[in-house]
Design a binder for this molecule. Structure first.
Ligand SMILES: [Zn+2]
Length: 311
């Protein structure tokens, strides 16, 4: 099965898909390997081999961390930092052509090209799992854009006129570390009061444990009926709406697409109502009708990693 393999290396699970001619042919999931960057990428290489039956020519990898020019610098939810050249390591190990991106950016790319936001020009994609990631598709202003951006915009012309915003250090869309509260909860990124500490899985679990002394998974907390859980889930939904309003006020997207393992819980009644109410209370008047929708693809970040070869 020659073609492109897309791999999403998350904090807790690693997903691989095999893609050919724009179609996902197979998918496989394993827990993300323990240990350092090398062990995690070794497991990803094994998965690429499995899913492609040893014939992967191109491997796109996205990671839940800070990635620039094929090198990962930080995976905050795995407590990993340093400098690991994923592209070089994986190319040597597999013989394939390798491209590396950020998981939130790849999520937005996939949902825009093939999922909930097809045809849109301005989109914010948000993944809510252990942490929170994001990617921004922007129509930009062609008159003021630099040559490289104009080129990307032209390349993306067939997909609604937008383009994935990379930023000066490839970090655009790292919304999980948007500061919501001054002197707030400490984050593994080194900052305080980050969005994902209040609305991401690891943050919700830590808040629940601090309040009750009981360890529960974020999914259980979001679905349980107990007072502490319900209170925490409702508060997280309200804070999520506030965060979305802040982001919409800055980016002015046509829609926000929510994905990731915890988005199911946020998009269910009654929490989705709280998210939307909180969003509408805080966003600028013109943005009240902006759509907040669920992701359509089954493994969007892995698909987006494969799409790194298309532009
Ligand atoms: Zn942070």
């Amino acid at each position: 099965m020659a073609g492109v393999v897309g791999i999403d290396v998350g904090a807790t699970k690693t997903v691989a898909i095999a893609m050919h001619a724009g179609k996902v042919l197979a998918a496989k999931k394993i827990p993300t390997s323990g240990g350092g960057f090398a062990k995690i990428i070794d497991a990803a290489a094994w998965l690429a081999k499995e899913i492609s039956r040893g014939h992967a020519e191109k491997i796109g990898v996205c990671m839940a961390g800070q990635v620039e020019d094929g090198t990962v610098f930080l995976m905050p939810n795995r407590d990993l930092q340093g400098k690991f050249d994923v592209k070089k390591y994986l190319e040597k190990k597999t013989g394939a052509d390798v491209r590396v991106g950020n998981d939130g950016q790849c999520f937005a790319l996939a949902e825009w090209r093939m999922g909930a936001a097809i045809g849109c020009r301005d989109v914010l994609g948000i993944t809510i799992g252990t942490g929170i990631g994001g990617g921004i598709i922007s129509a930009m202003d062609a008159k003021n854009a630099g040559a490289a951006i104009r080129q990307r915009k032209m390349a993306a012309g067939a997909f609604g006129g937008g383009a994935l915003l990379h930023g000066a250090h490839s970090q655009a869309g790292e919304i999980g570390h948007m500061k919501l509260f001054g002197r707030g909860i400490a984050c593994p990124c080194g900052g305080h009061g980050c969005f994902e500490r209040y609305c991401g899985g690891a943050g919700i679990e830590a808040q629940h444990f601090a309040a009750t002394g009981i360890a529960r998974s974020a999914k259980e907390i979001m679905e349980a009926k107990g007072t502490a859980c319900e209170c925490l889930a409702k508060n997280s939904a309200s804070v999520l709406g506030i965060g979305l309003a802040s982001l919409a006020n800055i980016i002015d997207p046509e829609m926000i697409v929510l994905g990731g393992s915890l988005s199911e819980a946020y998009c269910r009644t009654p929490l989705f109502g709280i998210v939307k109410k909180s969003y509408q209370r805080e966003c600028l008047p013109r943005l009240k009708s902006m759509k907040i929708v669920k992701a359509k693809l089954e493994h969007p970040s892995a698909v987006g990693a494969a799409l790194l070869f298309e532009g």
